[in-house]
Design a binder for this molecule. Structure first.
Ligand code: HMG
Ligand code: MG
Length: 298
């Protein structure tokens, strides 16, 4: 019933660090990403090329991208909002550009200062440009399961944004529960609709664990044939333009659950434990991941 193997996309260095008050030095970011690269993770979102004033924590994106030791077989992704960001990302030689927008109008505006309709041509241009240089493009839709400003989000809006991004040429769509409000029934309902339109192997789920429902939501997604999940080491993270948003589901907790179920990820839990201890010390506070806390107590 369960898939034999699933793919984890580690977003800690981007989604994890973007919302942390402590500035992690460039050198420490690089050391941490290098540890992640050695853990068996095949996809790491290392930073974002957004406006440094909007996300000061990642203002050293270019230096981070230039400083890491790339491991063959690992895809290094960066988040890009616009043409300026894409140019910076290309200069930094990232492998994959992740574009992003929201299914709800207000969050889209607060996050990237544009309406949904104004965002489409910008992303179309980014995706075309990315594909033309032989790189892949990933798309995020935020606020799929709820918006911090508008509450419920219409499924028709999720469908419209998703369809448009696929038409533009993204290789994969990541469905974001930006503020961690989803429950398993809702996930089932949303996936029921979306999987009639898009293949399961092109859909990733991106759960924030604000209310403790992320693993339950992942289990339902697995049941429905999803095999790609975004997670953040230690459970770091959140969107600074989504009030109250907490970290992504912790990679540690996800691995604990999947490996316990006999599902293969290719990731070495022991190596990630060391990488978690490293970043916990640099962040200077206890990481939210429960399985990490349990492992640390032993
Ligand atoms: P804006 O102010 O509308 O930008 O911001 P603009 O195009 O009007 O340009 C203003 C100035 O910014 C110009 O400089 C540009 O050159 C410069 P000036 O001429 O005034 O000197 N500029 C840039 N500089 C560096 N890099 C750039 C860049 N772009 C413009 N890329 C903008 C629009 C999109 C830039 C801004 O709103 C922004 O950076 N937003 C990013 C917010 C963000 O990063 N949010 C978190 C990530 S999304 C997320 O976490 C959700 C996700 O995890 C999924 C989920 O959980 O749901 C993905
Ligand atoms: Mg996120």
């Amino acid at each position: 019933k369960w898939p034999e193997k699933i793919t984890i996309k580690e977003v800690g260095p981007r989604d994890g660090l973007q919302n942390e008050k402590t500035f992690i030095s460039t050198e420490d970011k690089i050391a941490w990403i290098n540890q992640l690269s050695e853990s068996g993770l095949k996809h790491i979102e290392i930073t974002s090329f957004v406006h440094p004033k909007w996300i000061p924590a990642l203002s050293d994106a270019a230096a981070v991208a230039a400083g890491i030791t790339k491991v063959p077989g690992v895809t290094y992704t960066a988040l890009v909002p616009n043409r300026h960001g894409l140019e910076r990302a290309f200069q930094a030689d990232i492998d994959e550009a992740a574009v992003f927008m929201s299914a709800s109008e207000t969050h889209n505006r607060k996050n990237i200062n544009k309406t949904i309709d104004e965002t489409f041509p910008v992303l179309r241009d980014l995706i075309r440009e990315t594909l033309s240089v032989g790189k892949a493009s990933r798309g995020y839709v935020s606020t799929v399961f709820g918006c911090p400003y508008e509450g419920n989000v219409d499924i028709d809006s999720v469908i419209r944004v998703s369809e448009t991004l696929f038409d533009m040429g993204i290789a994969e769509l990541s469905l974001g529960d930006t503020i961690g409000v989803a429950n398993p029934k809702q996930v089932q309902e949303v996936l029921d609709v979306l999987l009639k339109r898009f293949p399961a192997d092109k859909i990733a789920m991106h759960f924030h664990d604000t209310r403790g429902t992320a693993l339950a939501n992942i289990l339902v997604s697995l049941d429905m044939g999803i095999t790609i999940f975004d997670s953040s080491l230690g459970g770091l993270g959140g969107c600074p333009y989504a009030p109250g948003a907490a970290g992504n589901v912790a990679t540690n907790d996800l691995l604990y659950m999947l490996h316990g179920m006999g599902i293969h990820t290719g990731v070495d839990q022991e190596k990630l434990l060391h990488a978690s201890c490293f970043i916990q010390e640099k962040i200077g506070k206890t990481l939210p991941s429960k399985s990490f806390q349990a492992a640390s107590a032993q």
